[in-house]
Design a protein around this ligand. Structure first.
Ligand SMILES: Nc1ncnc2c1ncn2[C@@H]1O[C@H](COP(=O)(O)OP(=O)(O)O)[C@@H](O)[C@H]1O
Ligand SMILES: [Mg+2]
Length: 348
């Protein structure tokens, strides 16, 4: 049974220069206890999608179409107060910036207890005990409850934030680049902790990251977003052995830890599309080594290529060939040359 069913969701921001479609007709579902990695470069709509679930979009942002069915009820139709009650109890979010949201004048423990009391029916004593428990889960000693934020390292603060998010055993954890601000060793440890706790309390998780290698170790499935759309969706194991979409092939080259030692890093030339502009054809076409005429004119749909493995490319059937070519530097160099050539033409 699905815990969360996101159906045809489109999210727009109103700006002075016009409307920006940050998420465009996105659908996916998350099973009870499942963890999914949501990946893609910066600006692809990941945070927007995550925040919309919690009703935490910036004021100029709104869900223009679609449904988000959570435990059988459409979150989109719920009032702000109803959503507030779901936060922490049912859905919790850990984000990169949450750390900076800790109040400097209160101890971390007071903030944690305050959070618990405002969302759950517990006595102060029970809330304290629960705080000790979750602090232990994330590897913080009880005495740390008495610390002020400035007395803790970045890693400790982020652990405290995770503890806060997990105190009420939410059914869904949304972690948006939860460790990006920390150093690599600490990152790994904290991520592992989040996953351990997620498994222990049997909640589902959406883990957002720009680094796909993180997903290979932590999530059962993966969703690749690009330019506000889902490009590929698969079980993690399948994805890392047999990626299909050319964008995924490019991402795979760009992140080292899932590669054989010695294999070179190749980044995808160019940048994601400007979502202020109307999109034509495939959103990845400008950076795709395998671009054909059809890609210019027609938007590919997300197609089930293998059971449970979806890709939005017109040429899913040529994946073997693409996979081989994508390993070669020349393939991406050609894209770079093409982009430079197009830029020259535009200027002159
Ligand atoms: N409050 C906002 N107003 C206007 N545009 C925004 C706002 N927040 C995000 N965007 C734009 O929405 C797009 C998606 O951003 P975001 O969801 O943050 O992507 P990601 O998390 O994948 O980096 C980007 O083009 C970004 O500039
Ligand atoms: Mg983001």
């Amino acid at each position: 049974m699905a815990l969360l069913d996101v159906k045809n969701v489109t999210i727009e921001y109103k700006t002075e220069k016009g409307t920006l479609k940050a998420v465009d007709d996105v659908s996916f579902s998350l099973a009870l206890g499942e963890s999914v990695g949501l990946v893609g470069e910066s600006g692809c709509g990941k945070t927007t999608l995550a925040k919309s679930i919690m009703r935490l979009l910036a004021k100029n942002g709104s869900i223009s179409t679609g449904e988000m069915i959570f435990k059988g009820q459409d979150l989109v139709k719920k009032s702000d107060e109803e959503i507030r009650q779901l936060r922490l109890n049912e859905i919790a979010m850990v984000s990169q910036s949450a750390m900076n949201g800790l109040n400097p004048v209160y101890t971390v423990g007071d903030q944690l207890i305050e959070g618990i009391l405002s969302h759950a029916k517990m006595t102060k004593k029970e809330a304290y005990n629960r705080s000790v428990e979750v602090f232990k889960m994330v590897g913080l000693e009880e005495k740390r409850l008495k610390s002020y934020p400035h007395q803790m390292s970045g890693g400790m603060k982020q652990r405290a934030i995770i503890a806060m998010a997990l105190t009420l055993n939410p059914s869904l954890i949304i972690a948006d680049e939860p460790t990006t601000a920390l150093d690599v060793v600490v990152q790994d440890r904290i991520l592992q902790q989040i996953v351990d706790i997620q498994k222990k309390i049997n909640s589902s998780m959406i883990l957002i990251t720009h680094d796909i290698s993180v997903v290979s170790e932590t999530c059962e499935s993966i969703i690749v977003m690009y330019g506000g759309k889902i490009m590929e969706k698969a079980y993690t194991k399948e994805f890392f052995t047999k990626p299909i979409h050319p964008y995924s092939l490019g991402l795979n080259n760009a992140f080292p830890s899932i590669h054989e030692i010695g294999e070179e890093l190749i980044s995808i030339p160019g940048a994601p599309p400007n979502l202020m502009e109307e999109q034509y054809g495939c959103r990845f076409k400008d950076r795709c080594p395998f671009k054909a005429t059809l890609c210019e004119t027609t938007e590919p749909v997300l197609e089930e290529v293998q059971p449970g493995h979806f890709s939005a490319c017109h040429y899913n059937d040529q994946v073997e060939e693409f996979r081989a070519a994508s390993k070669k530097r020349e393939t991406w160099d050609a894209v770079r040359d093409r982009l430079i050539e197009e830029m020259r033409r535009d200027i002159s």
